[in-house]
Design a protein around this ligand. Structure first.
Ligand SMILES: Cc1cc2nc3c(=O)[nH]c(=O)nc-3n(C[C@H](O)[C@H](O)[C@H](O)COP(=O)(O)OP(=O)(O)OC[C@H]3O[C@@H](n4cnc5c(N)ncnc54)[C@H](O)[C@@H]3O)c2cc1C
Length: 690
């Protein structure tokens, strides 16, 4: 083996998981290398082994108070900045490695990496994306950590509907300043991470007015909000903290109001629109919609990152769920006194293995999509063909609009399933599942609520459908190929599923065919439904509302899951993959595809693709695939699991010594009585002896 990896991919000590490990059909180390890649493995190992030695990252024995948590998170974020696991030189050479850094640190502690990213990196990329040369000085100050910032878009009254934001920024020609004002509490900026207690500066979105009173729509500004010497709010700015949340409590989310607060003209991030000294508005974009789209486009980067964050959470949860299930024994055959590991039960496999499949599918998807995203950024920097760039941008937006929702939901549902799969002990904080569940939850909401975001993918598909109806090729509009099969929509919609045995569903191509049918059918029926409603004189807004639940939503989900499968097929068709690994990856892909395809049964039957007995064969395939994957489940986990230090779970430790870890955890409480023990019993009452 590569000497650099010898220290990283070490054999596990013999123990309760050995039997499953010995029965695996492949070598987990080969799978680890294939699915994660050497660079990511080396980097993650460096991160975990460095942080394990650092006392600031030691696991807390008891839950810290909110105040302690905030301070600890700040100290950790500062330490992470010092360690600089991704120096600029490496970032330029291998930008995709940033996801590995975020995933590795996040699997240990999300708050600290979220805090660090928001305080510096997120705002730096916003200034690069929306600002110009005049903001370089601020970028330098952020890089030197002389200042720290937050990102304020959401207001108390509006989040998703960005057009309805009510903070105003009016230009005053006399003083060459913008005057920021919050008309009432509903217009207060809120939720921004680091705003509550930490940030000295903020990217703030406000409606820009020129002196002639014209409203130029939402614009971003980079402004100072706290005094860097005293940390007091600047006069005209009121800042509060939003208080304890369901998770991510190391991050201070804040609320902010402006009272005629003045900032210099240069604060405007002026890449897409500027105000001259004489108060005239100038913009290279004539269409307001396009200008807003261009400035909000930078947010797509956040969604790509969140898909990786959710993947990291799912991996962590499924590691705990499956390792524990392989150790935990309950019941056994009547003629035997041996109890079976709960992993032997079909129901436990059926609940957990599709999420194991999802973890692999998402690792592969997020890695390939990150590559697409980086290529798009490079093409933008090199000012390549603008028409192609516009198409790539629209497709990346459509993909990121399902990637974040589907990955964060898969993680959320997967964590909950793992929690229940671990029974009562799964409910203990030492299972490690509670913090994953609470921290992942926010991924479903920030950077765009999942349900609202999904509609964006469907909008893009409907635009392509109008080309299909005119018998034009969609190819120029799907340069990444995510919807290229729409060019064959006519023949796909005429096709019928001819599979009648469960074994035929073991082929991912069979699932992909069914999925592509589902997308074409849902797309056609959504377009028809919209037409029907508009023929009834309904306006487009109302018609869309009437088609959200059974048309737009399942359409976007089916399109997303189809792309997940297409990207897995690309991996499976790679001739360099060892056969043993290909075989197990094929089964995992088939299980993921088959389980999720069951959600689209109505589209497949209504569209005439499925015959009366098709879904029964699909169900049998799912049962058989679970059984087939059982001997490989632990090795599949070993290939993606974080280090024991990062996992920090008594139930999911790689040594499988669940009961020893639980005993160690509970041992300390066995020696002590509570401080308040004297309040437990009432003093004995004097009894009268009559
Ligand atoms: C932990 C956390 C951190 C955050 N950090 C930041 C930050 O740093 N900066 C920042 O600016 N913001 C931040 N946010 C705010 C976040 O971006 C918003 O909460 C998010 O965009 C959703 O907006 P909303 O809360 O207004 O939801 P709403 O838009 O009010 O949505 C409420 C519900 O209505 C539904 N809904 C809304 N519109 C439609 C529609 N057209 N059709 C169907 N259903 C609809 C949604 O699906 C949702 O279920 C953060 C939020 C959280 C939870």
């Amino acid at each position: 083996m590569d000497p650099e990896l010898q220290d990283i991919l070490k054999d596990f000590p013999p123990g309760p998981l050995s039997e499953y490990r010995n029965n695996a059909s492949f070598n987990w180390k080969d799978m680890c290398l294939l699915i994660q890649g050497k660079d990511a493995l080396v980097l993650k190992h460096k991160i975990w082994s460095t942080l394990e030695k650092d006392p600031v990252f030691a696991h807390c024995a008891t839950k810290p108070t909110l105040k302690e948590n905030r301070l600890l998170t700040l100290q950790r974020a500062q330490k992470l900045a010092e360690y600089n696991f991704m120096p600029a030189k490496n970032l330029l050479q291998k930008p995709e490695m940033l996801d590995s850094v975020v995933m590795a640190i996040g699997q240990l502690d999300w708050s600290s990496i979220v805090k660090l990213q928001l305080l510096y990196n997120f705002v730096i990329s916003a200034l690069y994306g929306m600002g110009t040369e005049r903001h370089f000085k601020e970028i330098q100050r952020l890089m030197r950590r002389e200042i720290g910032a937050c990102f304020c878009l959401t207001e108390i009254g509006h989040g998703t509907n960005t057009k309805a934001m009510r903070t105003t920024a009016k230009f005053d020609v006399k003083t060459q300043e913008f005057v920021f004002h919050t008309p009432d509490f509903q217009a207060a900026k809120c939720w921004a991470g680091n705003l509550g207690e930490t940030a000295t500066h903020a990217v703030v979105f406000a409606t820009l007015y020129t002196p002639d009173g014209e409203n130029h729509g939402l614009h971003a500004f980079f402004i100072q909000i706290r005094d860097t010497q005293t940390f007091e709010n600047l006069p005209g700015v009121s800042i509060g903290d939003m208080g304890e949340k369901l998770g991510l409590n190391g991050v201070d989310n804040g609320v902010m109001l402006f009272d005629q607060f003045r900032v210099p003209r240069a604060a405007l991030l002026n890449r897409t629109g500027d105000v001259s000294e004489s108060g005239l508005y100038v913009s290279p974009f004539k269409d307001k919609k396009k200008r807003l789209g261009a400035s909000l486009g930078t947010l797509s980067a956040g969604r790509v990152g969140i898909a990786s964050m959710a993947t990291a959470n799912l991996i962590k949860a499924i590691t705990v769920g499956i390792r524990y299930s392989a150790v935990r024994r309950q019941f056994g055959p009547e003629d035997s006194n041996v109890e079976l590991p709960v992993l032997e039960y079909q129901l436990q496999q059926w609940r957990l293995f599709p999420y194991l499949g999802a973890a692999y599918v998402l690792i592969n998807f997020t890695r390939t999509f990150r590559k697409d995203f980086i290529e798009m950024q490079m093409a933008m920097m090199n000012k390549e063909d603008p028409d192609r760039l516009a198409s790539v941008g629209a497709e990346v937006h459509a993909i990121s609009s399902f990637a974040k929702p589907l990955s964060s939901w898969l993680a959320q549902q997967g964590v909950q399933e793992c929690r229940e799969a671990c029974g009562g002990h799964g409910y203990l904080a030492v299972s490690g599942l509670g913090s994953v569940r609470e921290d992942n939850d926010a991924n479903c909401t920030y950077e765009g609520d999942n349900n609202v975001l999904l509609q964006q993918s469907a909008n893009w598909l409907l635009n392509l459908w109008s080309l299909v109806q005119r018998r034009q090729s969609v190819a120029p509009y799907t340069p990444l190929g995510s919807a290229i099969y729409l060019d064959s929509a006519e023949s796909i919609l005429k096709s019928k599923c001819k599979l009648d045995t469960s074994q035929q569903w073991f082929e991912p191509q069979a699932l992909l065919d069914a999925y592509q049918f589902a997308v074409c059918h849902l797309l056609r029926s959504t377009a028809n439904r919209m037409q029907q409603l508009m023929d009834q004189k309904m306006d487009a807004f109302t018609a869309k509302n009437q088609a959200q639940a059974y048309h737009y939503r399942p359409l976007s989900i089916a399109y997303g899951e189809t792309l997940f499968l297409m990207r897995m097929m690309r991996l499976l068709n790679d001739p360099n993959i060892p056969e043993q690994l290909r075989a197990v990856l094929k089964s995992l892909t088939a299980l993921f595809g088959a389980t999720n395809l069951m959600k689209h049964l109505s589209a497949l039957t209504q569209g005439g693709y499925f015959q009366s007995n098709t879904s029964a064969a699909l169900q049998t395939a799912i049962e058989q695939l679970c059984e087939k994957l059982k001997p490989d489940a632990i090795a599949l986990i070993d290939a993606v699991a974080p280090s024991d230090f990062a996992l920090n779970s008594a139930l999911g430790h790689s040594d499988g010594q669940v009961y020893r870890h639980l005993e160690e955890h509970m041992a300390s409480s066995m020696k002590t009585r509570p401080d308040w023990w004297q309040q437990v019993l009432l003093p004995p009452k004097k009894t009268s002896h009559l």
